[in-house]
Design a protein around this ligand. Structure first.
Ligand code: GLV
Ligand code: GLV
Length: 327
């Protein structure tokens, strides 16, 4: 019998067919809806591998329903949807897709920064709404990006790639991270700051930290209050790092000027969410890594990881290394 692979979201034919060469493959086919929990739990009982996305909760309950599950290949760099300890207890390899999305996500993060600073979305809507009747000196003026201070919270691969882009805009680069990043300091002139000092000095505060027990709720009202009133806050990592209600209140109280957000506490945003009516909020639907090239590469990486584990080889991007049982 061929190993059984369950794919939790609709993927392009090329990905499905690649897996189908070696495996029995089934896929959840409703493109705009996550697989219902009951179905995922039923499929996992027969699966040797799962190809998952960030909306799938991969936890103890799921592992306890597994029969011969060996690998979960998560199509994301973030693995906060997965209980790693539970995976290791059950001997299941967890793989993610780091590196391949670094530049694409950095591009989107910088797009969000530019779009928020220069009010690009508002301006484009203004034109499409037929409101552009004349040129005016102060019409839709935003704020400059070049020569300002960017403060990057979470100087991992994506943070460093954003810093590179910031250097091209002649920005001063500040960062806060668990560990010093000597390469970024030497190559880009990035300067380490405590979180408080960064918040006080930066014109743009960029959140790129992973969601972990340490970073959940990292940004509270007091953190927004420490920022300049002209500061712009950008989040392109995970929503729950921010106390979203505190951000809403800080924007309403004009403690900060604007926010550009690709991620939220609860995704998708519900129709009555305050962000939807705030002109100084640019909200995007979690599209950090969403280029055709990168999404295809992420899915190919998932296929390679599944093939490696099933063939008893070391997968390239194993997260829970303690599970190692490869020859
Ligand atoms: C997407 O959010 C990812 O973690 O890759
Ligand atoms: C504006 O379009 C300018 O020429 O300054």
């Amino acid at each position: 019998m061929k190993p059984f692979v369950y794919v939790t979201r609709q993927v392009p034919d090329a990905i499905f067919e690649r897996l189908a060469i070696k495996y029995d493959v089934e896929m959840w086919k409703e493109a705009d809806k996550a697989v219902p929990r009951e179905i995922l739990l039923e499929k996992v009982s027969k699966a040797d591998a799962l190809l998952t996305v960030i909306t799938d909760v991969v936890d103890e309950e799921l592992f306890s329903r597994a029969g011969s599950l060996k690998v979960v290949a998560n199509m994301a760099v973030g693995i906060d949807n997965i209980d790693l300890d539970a995976a290791s207890r059950h001997g299941v390899s967890i793989c993610n897709t780091p590196d391949v999305l670094t530049d694409t996500t950095a591009d989107l993060t910088f797009t969000l920064l530019l779009a928020t600073a220069r009010r690009v979305i508002e301006a484009a809507e203004f034109v499409k709404d037929g409101k552009w009747t004349s040129w005016a000196p102060m019409m839709l003026v935003g704020t400059d990006v070049h020569h300002k201070k960017i403060g990057i919270v979470g100087m991992g691969k994506i943070g460093t790639a954003v810093a590179k882009r910031a250097a091209g805009f002649d920005m001063d680069i500040l960062y806060h991270n668990r560990n010093r990043h000597e390469v970024a300091e030497e190559m880009l002139g990035a300067q380490y700051r405590s979180l408080d000092a960064l918040l006080e000095e930066a014109d743009f505060v960029i959140c790129l930290a992973p969601l972990t027990d340490d970073t959940r709720g990292l940004f509270q009202r007091e953190h927004f209050q420490k920022m300049k009133n002209e500061a712009i806050f950008i989040n392109a990592s995970r929503g729950p790092i921010i106390n979203e209600q505190a951000l809403i209140e800080a924007l309403e109280a004009k403690e900060i000027a604007a926010a550009g957000l690709d991620v939220f506490d609860k995704e998708p945003l519900h129709a009555a969410h305050p962000f939807l009516t705030m002109k100084n909020v640019v909200a995007l639907p979690h599209i950090g890594s969403a280029s055709k090239e990168t999404r295809m590469t992420m899915m190919m990486t998932c296929c390679e990881n599944i093939e490696a584990v099933i063939d008893n080889r070391h997968p390239r991007t194993l997260v829970n290394k303690e599970v190692l049982h490869f020859d």
